[in-house]
Ligand binder design. Structure first.
Ligand code: VGL
Ligand code: ZN
Length: 202
């Protein structure tokens, strides 16, 4: 029998390109490493996620003629922000920050590895239908109470939290251990969507 109320800490995209000095640096990203490390022992499972793009990924502005970073384009699956090149699979920028503790992680989920589709959420790619497999993994292990931390609060953390609630998990986001990109109010909008969907913001 598996337990039915296991807890999981999901640490989203704590990678060098999202930290100061990286190509898509999130302000204050390095401040949340120590708090995240300190939380790890309090959970039945720790899951790490890793943004992991091929060099020709369609979310990179430099793969689109005439586009610049942070332009919004339309993909077959909907609007897509075009980002500076980041987290290219196998590159130094895609590695986890060296101060992040990796030893207690049970699983590492990689996402965004298909050329033509981005994946902010660690449950579904941006078409909202292609699963990463994390939902099934958590369900199989009876891990039903999820706490999300990491980067970026208003993109990968928020989209993951909303998908998790829709899949039936109980979800909280610990805001002292997240940092946002905040493009033109994306943080406020993400918080409103998360609250409306039933994510607990702490
Ligand atoms: C992310 C933009 C592009 C994130 C990933 O981790 O929030 N944001 N790729
Ligand atoms: Zn990305």
């Amino acid at each position: 029998m598996t337990a039915t109320t296991g807890t999981a800490l999901i640490v989203v995209d704590m990678q060098l390109d999202f930290c100061p000095g990286g190509t898509l640096a999130v302000a204050g990203a390095d401040e949340i490493i120590a708090p995240i490390n300190a939380m790890m022992p309090d959970f039945d499972a720790v899951i790490l996620t890793q943004d992991w793009h091929p060099p020709n990924h369609s979310s990179f502005a430099d793969n689109h003629p005439d586009a610049k970073p942070y332009d919004v384009t339309t993909m077959p699956y909907g609007p897509q922000v075009l980002w500076p090149r980041h987290c290219v699979m196998g590159s130094d920028g895609a590695r986890f920050h060296p101060d992040l503790l990796l030893d207690c992680a049970d699983m590492i989920v990689r996402k965004g590895f298909r050329e033509h589709i981005d994946s902010y959420s660690t449950f579904f790619e941006n078409d909202h239908t292609t699963p990463t497999g994390l939902g099934g993994y958590l369900r199989d292990r009876g891990l039903t109470q999820l706490t999300l931390v990491g980067l970026a609060h208003d993109f990968c953390v928020a989209w993951s939290a909303v998908d998790a609630v829709r899949l039936g998990f109980s979800v909280e986001v610990r805001t002292e251990a997240t940092r946002a990109i905040d493009l033109d109010g994306t943080r406020m909008r993400a918080d409103a969507v998360m609250r409306a969907e039933g994510v607990v913001l702490k």
